[in-house]
Design a protein around this ligand. Structure first.
Ligand code: PLP
Length: 424
């Protein structure tokens, strides 16, 4: 079982025995360290995806790996039928870190989104007095919140939805970055309980809304007495140059409620980099008056809040502070967009670069269904840098946040010299 496979053989195995629910770039990775990954033949690549922003702290961060292996030797799983001596510590740590009263631990991002939906509905019936089964949650066009049957019910991605119905009712979709559309929905729809939003739409192609959009969403939620629910699974944990994207233009390493740019959510959903990519860890955070609607037996997960997850998440969050990852993401992100914009001035293949911190994307000047973006990613791979198209002609660039300035400049060189070959 432990013999080393060639890349070709590894791909053949996945192709034959694995469900074809992904279309990976043809590269087989067998090792990671910091901003780098190596393929089965030993070729080194810069990682410009970071497992969809799960690996913000860099691959195999020694402190996170050490926390994980130490805990794995001691106690891995108790279930929540009993207490364990790590979960309470982790909950206190995370609540103080993000500034909430309570946390509910889960494993994957989609599970945390499901959890937030359930809490929001229960809150609506028990605290807001909405009649049972009538609560609605407002979501946004082109959202991505995961893959469960309920979550895909309010997606407008055909691939994610088609032939997976019947769909879960209770969601109203409005245009993103359009406060008027949200205001209209809040006025006309009855029984709205909450608004679920990505502060920047990552999967949709790193779509960054206008600077005042989140403040307006939050203000409208307050005015209408509905919960403002932020899905920061991709944007959170320093990725966009602040601890959370809802922190706005603040690069302090903690949440700071004094900042007037901070649009504090009523519920915060985290996943991905909450574990530094070492382990599936997700969570919902909220204050007591919201979280207390959940009572014993009403929600749970066998693995949620297990001791390994607790140890890994605490260390992963500590690393974000100790290594100033938010600040680094902000500085390198500004530099990246500056360099890319300089290239784009004389380019007829790249239309624009957009993003915040180290969550960025370039839009290729071609039709949505052309394979130019894919071919560019294959060429980037040949040149030692791994990125993946999202939605046809958009390429997301999201390296681990532990990157240095020199490494980033080398990557800009790889990207621009590769793009030059595709100029028309
Ligand atoms: C990745 C992601 C999810 C889903 O997380 P999984 O761990 O893949 O279930 C949900 N919301 C956002 C914004 C994401 O980027």
């Amino acid at each position: 079982m432990l013999e080393k496979l060639s890349s070709k053989d590894a791909i053949a195995l996945e192709d034959k025995y694995g469900a074809h629910n992904y279309h990976p770039l043809p590269v087989v990775l067998s090792k990671g360290e910091g901003v780098f990954m190596w393929d089965a033949e030993g070729k080194r690549y810069y990682d410009f995806l970071s497992a969809y922003s799960a690996v913000n702290q860099g691959h195999c961060h020694p402190r996170i790996v050490s926390a994980m292996t130490e805990q794995a030797k001691t106690l891995t799983l108790t279930s929540r039928a009993f207490y364990n001596d790590m979960l309470g510590k982790y909950e206190k740590y995370a609540c103080e870190y993000f500034g909430f009263d309570k946390m509910l631990p889960m494993n994957t991002g989609a599970e945390a989104v499901e959890t937030a939906i359930k809490i929001c509905r229960k809150w609506a019936y028990e605290k807001k007095g909405i009649a049972e089964h009538e609560a609605k949650i407002i979501v946004f066009e082109n959202n991505f919140h995961g893959r469960t049957t309920t979550i895909i019910s309010f997606s407008n991605d055909e691939g994610a939805r088609k032939n997976f119905g019947p769909y879960t009712p209770g969601f109203v979709k409005v245009a993103y970055n359009d406060p008027k559309a949200l205001e209209e929905a809040l006025k006309t729809e009855k029984n709205v309980a909450g608004v679920l939003i990505e502060p920047i739409q990552g999967e949709a192609g790193v779509f960054r809304p206008d600077a005042d959009f989140l403040a307006k969403v939050k203000g409208l939620c307050n005015d209408h007495g509905v919960l403002f629910i932020a899905d920061e699974i991709q944007t959170g944990i320093a990725r966009t140059g602040s601890l959370l994207a809802v922190c706005g233009d603040c690069s302090c390493q903690g949440h700071c409620e004094k900042q007037d740019t901070y649009q504090r959510p009523d519920m915060l959903i985290l996943g991905k980099a909450l574990s530094g990519g070492a382990y599936p860890v997700s969570a919902v955070l909220a204050n007591n008056e919201i979280m207390e609607v959940i009572k014993p037996g009403q929600h749970g997960s066998t693995f949620g809040g297990n001791p390994v997850a607790a140890a890994v998440a605490m260390e992963a969050l500590e690393v974000v502070k100790d290594e100033n990852l938010a600040q680094n993401a902000r500085e390198l992100g500004d530099l990246f967009r500056e360099k890319m914009n300089a290239y784009i001035e004389n380019s007829n293949i790249v239309k624009l670069v957009r993003g915040k911190g180290l969550l960025n994307a370039i839009v290729i000047d071609d039709t949505e269904h052309s394979d130019t973006a894919w071919n560019i990613c294959v060429a980037l791979k040949e040149n030692g840098l791994l990125a993946k198209p999202t939605h046809g002609n958009i390429i997301r660039f999201a390296p681990p946040l532990v990157m240095t300035k020199e490494q980033l400049l080398e990557c800009v060189e790889i990207i621009t010299s590769t793009l030059k070959k595709f100029e028309k």
